[in-house]
Each structure stands twice: as C-alpha cells, then as structure tokens.
Design a protein around this ligand. Structure first.
Ligand code: SF4
Length: 168
C-alpha cells in the first residue's frame, strides 16, 4: 500500500514524473550594444543605489528579484559593494544629499561598467524633478546605458530590461 502511494503517477512524487507546468521563457531582447553582452557572459552583478526615490521602485525591484519574476534565473543579482559589481541600478532623482554618495559609488565601480536607470525619476527626473531638494537628473551626472521607464516600472519590465544585458 505504502509503496504504491509513493511510486504512483498520482502520488506525492508525481512532480518528478510530469512535465513542468510553466512554458519556456521568451527570447531575451537585444542588448543596448554588443560589447556589454559579450563582456557580461550571462551574469550581471548590480549595486543598487537610491539617490532620491519614494521607495515605489524598490518594491518593484524586490518583486523582480523575488520568486515570481525571478530575475536571478536570468543571471541578475544585487551585490553589497560597488567594487564587486558590473554596474549600478539607480532609482530616484538625484537629490542634494545623495549626489556625493553617487559620485563616490561611481568612482568605486570597476570599469567598464553598465548604468541602469530604473523608474521615471532616474530616467528623466519624474514627478520630483523640480522639487527643492533635487540637485538634477541622473543623466547630468552619468549617462545611463539602459532606461527602464515607468512610475514605478512593472517587475516584468525590469526583468526584461536586465535580460537585454545578460542575454539569457
Ligand atoms: S519613478 Fe515613481 S515609483 Fe519610482 S521613485 Fe519615482 S515617483 Fe517613486
């Protein structure tokens, strides 16, 4: 009795004998330039920096890296130090308080590096562009390689944009 429950196709081990319920992932989008794809070899380690976000984009990034959208399966990971990173994932518009740390983080990145602007605030200043605490837009400090528009961007859009860099 116990043996038949374990080995039967409808038993607790049935997932070992059945096909996955998910379909294959779609092809990754084209990278912004061929050099980045070649250098990254399918793995992208990003240091995230919030230079003045409302935290909406952070929630969507957490979701993009979580089990549902699963960016790590495409080679994307966040790292704790810019010295270990292939690039920066920037959220928010550049505030007076964070322009110094942004310059320090950029200086600590190994070169060449990739800069990803995530959310409208990082892409073009967004709704906080003219606020009193804002020093300027990200593109006045560094030129982003990848833009992910949206306020906030959908986790699927974040994953799709990062896949253009890993090529996976
Ligand atoms: S783009 Fe929208 S969600 Fe993201 S930091 Fe700016 S205001 Fe917040």
């Amino acid at each position: 009795m116990r043996g038949s429950r374990r080995s039967g196709k409808n038993g607790p081990l049935r997932s070992l004998f059945s096909r996955p319920v998910t379909g294959p992932s779609p092809e990754p989008p084209e990278p912004p330039d061929a050099l980045n794809k070649a250098r990254l070899h399918g793995s992208l380690q990003l240091r995230h920096i919030d230079v003045g976000s409302c935290n909406g984009c952070e929630l969507e990034i957490a979701s993009a890296l979580g089990p549902k959208y699963d960016a790590p399966q495409f080679g994307v990971r966040l790292v704790a130090s810019p010295r270990h990173a292939d690039g920066l994932l920037v959220t928010g518009v550049v505030t007076h308080n964070m322009i110094g740390p942004l310059h320090q983080t950029l200086a600590a990145l190994p070169q060449p590096s990739v800069i990803v602007a995530c959310g409208d605030c990082a892409v073009n200043g967004g709704i906080f562009k003219d606020a009193y605490g804002v020093a300027g837009t990200l593109d006045e400090v560094v030129s982003p390689d990848v833009l992910i528009p949206g306020c906030p961007p959908h986790p699927a859009a974040i994953v799709q944009a990062l896949r253009s860099l890993t090529g996976r």
